[in-house]
Design a protein around this ligand. Sequence first.
Ligand code: PLP
Length: 400
Amino acid sequence: MKKNPQTELIHAPRKAPQYINSVQPPLFRASTIIFENTDALFNRHWTDDYDYSYGTHGTPTTFTLGDQIAQIEGGLYHLLAPSGLSAINLVNSCFLSQGDEVWVADNIYGPNMEHLRNLETRYGIVVKVYNPIDVNSFTPSAQAKLIWLEAAGSVTLEFPDLVGLVKKAQAHNILTALDNTWGAGLAFNAFDFSAEHLGVDISVHALTKYPSGGGDILMGSVITRDKKLHHKLFRAHAIQGISISGDDAAQVQRSLASMRLRYEHQSQSALTLLNWLKQQPAFVQVLHPADEASAGHQYWKEICTEQHSAGLVSVILNEKYSLQDVRRFCDALKLFKLGFSWGGPVSLVMLYNLKDMRVLEHSHIQAGLLVRFCIGLEHPADLIQDIENALQHLNKQQLE
Ligand SMILES: Cc1ncc(COP(=O)(O)O)c(C=O)c1O
C-alpha cells in the first residue's frame, strides 16, 4: 500500500544487517530499542547485564567497551558513566547512608573529597582522612563502610601501602574502592596485586585519561568481580539515569588498541624527564613513585614495574619563588599547555598550592609551590628544552 511521503521518509526500506566483518565493531546509537514482540518486552529482566531495553541501559557498542575495560583491569562486571567523577559519585551514592563512615586518602582526587564533604553536610556521612603511606592512620570505627584508595595519589603521587590498607579494611569488613586511573589496569591488577592475591572490591577508572588518549572525551567506569556488589551498583546506575553516548564509547574503544603502547611510551618519557628535573636547582623535590626518594616508593616497587609508571611527574619549587614567579614559569612554557587532566597526546602543566589541599601534615613534602607535568607524546628532548627555556623566566625577576 502506498504510504504518505512523510511516513515513507521514516519507514524507508532498511536491509536487515548482513554479517560483515570490519576491523572495528559497528556503532549503535540508541535511546529507544525496538522489541521484536510483547514476549521480548515481558521476558526481559533488569538484572540481565546484556539486556537491550533502553539506551540508558546500554547497546552492543557500550557493552563491548565495558567488557574490554573489565578485561584489562582483571574484573568481571562493568558499568560506564559520563565522566570519571560521575563513576566515583556512583560508588559514593550507592554505598553510603546516614551515619556511615568513609575513609579517604589525603591525596585523593580533589573533587571526590569535595563530593564526600557535600554528602557529609547534607546527609550526615562521616568523612575521615588517612595518610596513604601510614596504615596506622586508618583507624576505622564500627560505622566504617567504605575506604577510597588511589595509587599513585593525585598531584603528590605518593604510592599507598595497598597491601596494608586492603588487609585492614577486609579485617573490618569495609568495602575497598580504588581510583585506578593512574595505573589504568596496566601498572598492576587492582583485583590481584599481591602474592596473597589481595584485591579491591571496586575499581573506578577515569577513561577520560589513557583509554580515551585524545584529551577530547569524558568517561568513567566502575568494575567489580562480585556479582552482588555489581547488582547494587547496576540498580543505582539505572535509577540515576547514568548513561554514555554510543559515539563516545566507539571512540574510546578504538583508542584501546594503542593504550598500552602509549602508556609505556609516556611512562618512559616521564622517567627521562624525572632524571633531568632532579638536576635542576629550582626544584627542591621531584615527586614520582619510581624515584627512590619519593614517599611510598617501596610500595610502588612491590607491585609495579618501571615500564608502567604513568606520565605524571610533579616538582616542588624552591620556597623563594613566589606565586608570581611560578606563574611566569608556567606561562613561558610553549609545548606544555596549561590545563587539567592527563593521558592525551599534548603535554600539560598545572600549578598547585598544597597548603590549600591537604588536611594532614606531611613531613615528606617540602614547602614550596607544586607544579605537575603530564607528559604527552612529544619527544622528551623537546619537552626538556621547553622547561629549560621557561626556567629562565622563573628567575627573571631575581636577575633584574
Ligand atoms: C585521579 C583522577 N580520578 C578521577 C578523575 C575524574 O575524571 P573525569 O575528568 O573524567 O571526571 C580525574 C580527573 O582529572 C583524576 O585525575
